[in-house]
Design a protein. Structure first.
Lengths: 127, 116, 409
């Protein structure tokens, strides 16, 4: 087996652009979730993306957590992308999902459904 | 725990000497397989230093070399960086935001440079 | 042959696209007030924008990531948010000024008050962004912007003593009725006008969206290194025209329409008509770029889908933001603010904020992880670093100068 890949977490993961499987921009990595495994090691289990995660990063930690709870209760989801859904980590962080399936993209869908989607011509690219 | 929590923590060695703050965590892809990602990313060690503006710019750990005056300035600011392997970490106190090491400061190396 | 044509077209577009409302106002103002004694600043500014536009194009092509995305990654979310707030505010002022410029050019033709034309202008800008093939519009406005060459013709028609103009430009001095502070303040305005950061936001975002490759980079270099200096010549011609036609008459530029006076004096109605076409195209093109840049900066900071190649419904937040910014800019414009003042503030504050944008570009351009073999060489780094020092000095000096001179009064 080739030597295992190494990367600095803050340098390589934090604030990186997330791409979905169709190359669409789907949020940033606002924080990285670490959990203890049974053998005592600390492992990355997921990425937190969206307003809650960003607020947490910026120091408004209670507000960030509150936002996450609110959105979960509203049915938007918690904004967490499990590491298993991540495909590759390079210049971008690519996920093996469609942006529409990500809970962190709920606001994008809301703006589309309630505003932009009602303006004539919203379904045609300008170029 | 979140990575940003870890990055807020202070580090003290086995004798209670303050080593600095956690500035980054080195991940290695060697854990159990998860979903389409493959082997899970586990923390292999933490870089400890003084937090400064140059930290994220890549001069210390990602091989950024130019322009020369900037490099010299930022390397000066971060020359005391240390690296603790995960097996040198004794405990992580999430409430007090302290990482305790099981070895003295003198037992620590410099952080490795990873290009990729 | 086709390739040559494409390169030529790009260069012509860059010339026309270089000048915007900030250049129009700053060069005419300083020409009328300081004659050619600040011409050297335009040259310093043009070299600076060449260095950093080339760098940001290269970074975008190699990393596939636009400027504000990298700003956040390298500065961290906190400092990048401060940068975003400043950049967004300045960009909004610039957008207001550009829309006012378009409206003014239209009002000089139609004799309708420009305040009434601002909402109409903003609507046109929005329609182009929403529906029309943007690349084509960019070329059309760039080429129409070449009508600004009429200001160079104006200078030639005046038949100035070239030696004396050149002597003024190469032996700058501060006249008795000005202070070193006002001189420096207007110098910063000229510098900010030449190096406006939105050009880099727009430029790098376009490069990412068009998925630039190495051959695009060569074209990019030609556009930047030939097009921008020629655009800078137009700026100098504006300054020379004002110094020859306005300064001797004691006319200062207090209204946008006065920018057109030298050409109107010398070239009559036809010259004026050509100039108005140029002003319309230059400001309309810049209004498109600043409106989009408002969306680019925020969307890239937050990771939203952005861009003009995707359907608006697939970049919903981006389009909502662009539309909202346009509406807000019009509200500022019709609130009765003086468009000249808005322009001045936008370019002077741009100058103060420049290091926030250009510093991360310089660092990323040196990152082997992103750039590989295409990272900065010694020349790019020497110029890049020298300009970083200049930018920081300018940035520190701007606000105190603004207070001391009461904003150039």
């Amino acid at each position: 087996m080739a030597e295992a890949r190494r990367m600095w977490a803050a340098l390589k993961l934090l604030d990186r652009q997330i791409l979905d499987r169709e190359d669409r921009f789907a949020g940033n990595v606002d924080d990285v979730i670490l959990e203890r495994l049974d053998d005592g090691t600390l492992a990355v289990t997921g990425l937190w993306s969206g307003a809650g995660g960003l607020a947490y990063r910026l120091g408004a930690r209670r507000f960030g957590r509150w936002l996450q709870r609110m959105r979960t209760e509203l049915g938007d989801g918690d904004g967490v992308i499990a590491l298993g859904a991540v495909q590759t980590i390079g210049n971008h962080v690519r996920v093996a999902k469609d942006a529409h399936e990500l809970s962190s993209e709920a606001t994008e869908r809301w703006v589309r459904d309630h505003f932009i989607g009602h303006i004539p011509g919203n379904d045609h690219a300008a170029e | 725990m979140l990575l940003s929590d870890l990055l807020r923590m202070r580090v003290v060695d086995v004798d209670g000497v303050d080593v600095g703050r956690v500035v980054d965590a080195l991940l290695v892809q060697s854990g159990p397989v998860v979903g389409g990602f493959g082997h899970q990313l586990v923390v292999e060690g933490i870089a400890i230093g003084r937090r400064n503006v140059g930290l994220r710019l890549g001069y210390h750990r990602a091989g950024v070399k130019g322009p020369a005056p900037l490099r010299m300035l930022l390397e000066r600011m971060e020359r005391k960086a240390r690296y603790a392997r995960w097996d040198q970490v004794d405990s992580i106190d999430e409430d007090a935001l302290v990482v305790r090491l099981r070895c003295p400061v003198s037992g620590l190396d410099e952080p490795p440079v990873t290009a990729a | 042959m086709k390739k040559v044509f494409a390169v030529a077209l790009g260069i012509l577009t860059a010339i026309g696209g270089f000048v915007d409302i900030g250049d129009l106002v700053a060069n005419a103002e300083t020409g009328a007030r300081f004659k050619m004694n600040l011409a050297w600043v335009v040259i310093v500014g043009v070299i600076g924008i060449c260095v950093y536009a080339e760098m940001s194009g290269r970074v975008a092509a190699e990393s596939g990531r636009a400027v504000f995305d990298l700003v956040r990654e390298r500065l961290g979310p906190g400092p990048a948010l401060v940068n975003l707030a400043a950049s967004f505010f300045i960009n909004m002022l610039t957008l207001t000024a550009e829309v006012a410029g378009v409206a003014l050019a239209l009002s000089l033709v139609t004799s309708v008050n420009y305040l009434l034309l601002m909402p109409f202008t903003a609507f046109l800008v929005w329609v182009v962004i929403w529906r029309l093939p943007f690349g084509l519009m960019e070329k059309v406005f760039g080429l129409l912007g070449l009508a600004l060459i009429v200001v160079a013709v104006t200078v030639v028609r005046i038949g100035p003593d070239w030696n004396s103009l050149l002597h003024q430009a190469t032996h700058p001095h501060i006249s008795h009725d000005e202070t070193p502070f006002t001189y420096a303040y207007y110098g910063i305005a000229l510098f900010g006008a030449a190096m406006t950061p939105y050009e880099v936001f727009f430029f790098s975002s376009g490069a990412v969206e068009e998925k630039w490759s190495d051959s695009d980079l060569a074209t990019n270099r030609a556009n930047v290194f030939i097009g921008f200096p020629l655009g800078g010549l137009l700026s100098l011609a504006l300054m020379a025209g004002a110094s020859l036609a306005l300064a001797p008459r004691g006319i200062s530029v207090d209204a946008l329409s006065q920018v057109a006076l030298p050409t109107a004096f010398v070239m009559g109605k036809i010259g004026l008509a050509i100039l108005l076409v140029g002003i319309f195209a230059a400001t309309f093109g810049a209004a498109l770029e600043t409106a989009l840049s408002a969306g680019y900066t925020v969307a890239q900071y937050l990771g939203w889908q952005w861009g003009k190649f995707v359907k608006p419904r697939d970049a919903a937040r981006f389009h909502a933001l662009v539309l909202g910014t346009l509406i807000f800019a019009v509200l500022i414009g019709i609130s009765g603010v003086d468009p000249i003042k808005v322009t001045e503030y936008s370019i002077v504050l741009s100058a103060a904020a420049l290091p926030l944008t250009y510093f991360p570009i310089l660092v990323i351009a040196n990152d082997p992880d992103y750039m590989g073999e295409k990272r900065n060489g010694r020349l790019a780094n020497t110029f890049g670093f020298a300009y970083l020092v200049i930018l920081i000095v300018v940035s520190v000096a701007t606000i105190p100068l603004m207070i001391i001179t009461k904003a150039g009064a």
